[in-house]
Design a protein around this ligand. Structure first.
Ligand code: NAD
Ligand code: DAU
Length: 350
């Protein structure tokens, strides 16, 4: 009987992973461990939180005795670790928050797994969810493969790179069974409106400027979040322990082109004349240390495990916009209160 601890399950990607596992595997017990920072929201799980195979634990990864209790009480057999501070701009403002949660929090989790799984390690797995940002920035050509050397450029990516190294080191040193995936930019429902796509959807709804950093020619590789959750399920069940897999959408967009597509779809859905939302585009001061381009070579996961994205970007973006337009209460709950302070601080003098 599997008892899987999913950390960060009240966040954006975590909530999709929790939903997938709770609904697809009724025989698994799913324990969602989350401290509920500004990014954690139990409303993300309101459709499944009464399921008999689901439990929630409001615990901080920095609280070692509480981690111990959760491992013991729930007989944790496996971990899927998503909890993190995840926003690059916040990491530039407050790097230490990222050191504590992403590095120290991950090491605390590794220690708990090592302590509680010492009987028969081969029956267990610690799955660490990481990012393509650990590889740094690409030039105009080429892709990140699993062999690309790490070269993190932001406090966020440096903290994620460090956590990846600790996971691998615990595998080598203590034989802890692990797998790591490094994924590209996700988008979809329940995305916190500090990140590009949900921020711009919200600003278009509110008729506020769309702050494009620098020259707008930065490039990201976008993956629909439900496809990432599917990939995590496949790697959890079939991935080679001790291995790493890159996950990506084969879907590169320059920011300005993506924003124009978003404006076009939003205008159509809102019944605005063509070009209405384009008029909100405003070029603002660049992000310091801004990585020029990310692009994932996802051949390994495709060839070894048969995973590939299931939707085109146009379909995924349309579903995402529809979700935000149909869930204004969710958006309003998030964007009232502290969010306004965050927004003013980050964008007022940009
Ligand atoms: P998110 O910010 O939406 O959610 C993070 C969750 O972690 C929140 O629910 C938060 O409450 C929880 N959390 C934070 N600190 C915690 C702590 N100390 N103890 C317990 N819980 C804590 O993040 P996301 O975008 O869903 O990303 C999830 C994971 O996937 C992260 O590890 C991130 O690095 C990685 N990732 C994200 C993307 C992306 O595009 N969003 C892409 C690749 C990898
Ligand atoms: O690549 C995976 C990473 O993708 C994840 O590990 C991170 O957790 C996730 O936040 C994301 O990082 P990015 O920095 O790429 O995402 P963000 O949405 O913040 O920015 C996407 C691009 O848009 C980036 O080039 C910066 C630009 N941008 C962003 C914001 C918030 C703007 O031009 N204006 C903005 O207001």
């Amino acid at each position: 009987m599997k008892s899987i601890l999913i950390t960060g399950g009240a966040g954006f990607i975590g909530s999709h992973v929790v939903r997938l596992f709770v609904t697809k595997f009724p025989s698994y017990k799913i324990i969602n461990l989350d401290v509920l920072t500004y990014a954690g929201n139990l409303e993300n799980l309101s459709d499944i939180d009464k399921s008999p195979n689901y439990a929630f634990e409001k615990v901080n990864l920095l609280d070692v005795p509480e981690l111990d209790r959760v491992f013991l009480e729930h007989g944790i057999t496996d971990v899927i670790h998503l909890a993190a501070e995840s926003h690059v701009d916040r990491s530039i403002e407050a790097p230490l928050d990222f050191v504590y949660t992403n590095i120290v929090g991950t090491v605390n989790l590794l220690n708990a797994a090592k302590k509680h799984w010492k009987e028969d390690l081969s029956k267990h797995l610690l799955y660490h969810v990481s990012t393509d940002e650990v590889y740094g920035a690409l030039g105009a050509t080429g892709f990140f493969t699993e062999e690309t050397p790490y070269h993190p450029n932001s406090p966020y990516s440096a903290s994620k790179a460090s956590s990846d190294h600790f996971v691998r080191a615990y595998g080598e040193t203590y034989d802890l069974p692990f797998v790591i995936t490094n994924c590209s930019n996700n988008y979809g429902p329940y995305h916190f409106p500090e990140k590009l796509i949900p921020l711009f959807i919200n600003n278009i709804i509110e008729k506020k400027p769309l702050p494009v950093y620098g020259d707008g020619l930065y490039t990201r590789d976008w993956l629909f979040v439900k496809d990432h959750a599917r990939a995590i399920e496949v790697v959890f069940h079939k991935g080679k322990p001790g291995g790493t897999y890159n996950i990506g959408g084969f879907n590169e967009w320059r920011n300005i082109d993506l924003v124009k597509l978003l404006c076009k779809q939003m205008d159509e859905k809102l019944g605005n004349p063509a070009g209405t939302s384009d008029n909100l585009i405003t070029y603002v001061k660049d992000r310091p240390g801004h990585d020029r381009r990310y692009a994932i070579d996802a051949t390994k996961i495709n060839k070894e495990l048969g995973w590939e994205p299931s939707v085109t970007f146009e379909e995924g973006l349309s579903e995402t916009i529809d979700w935000y337009l149909n869930n204004k209460k969710w958006l309003n709950n998030i964007t009232s209160g502290d969010y306004q302070q965050y927004y003013n601080k980050m964008y007022h003098n940009r």
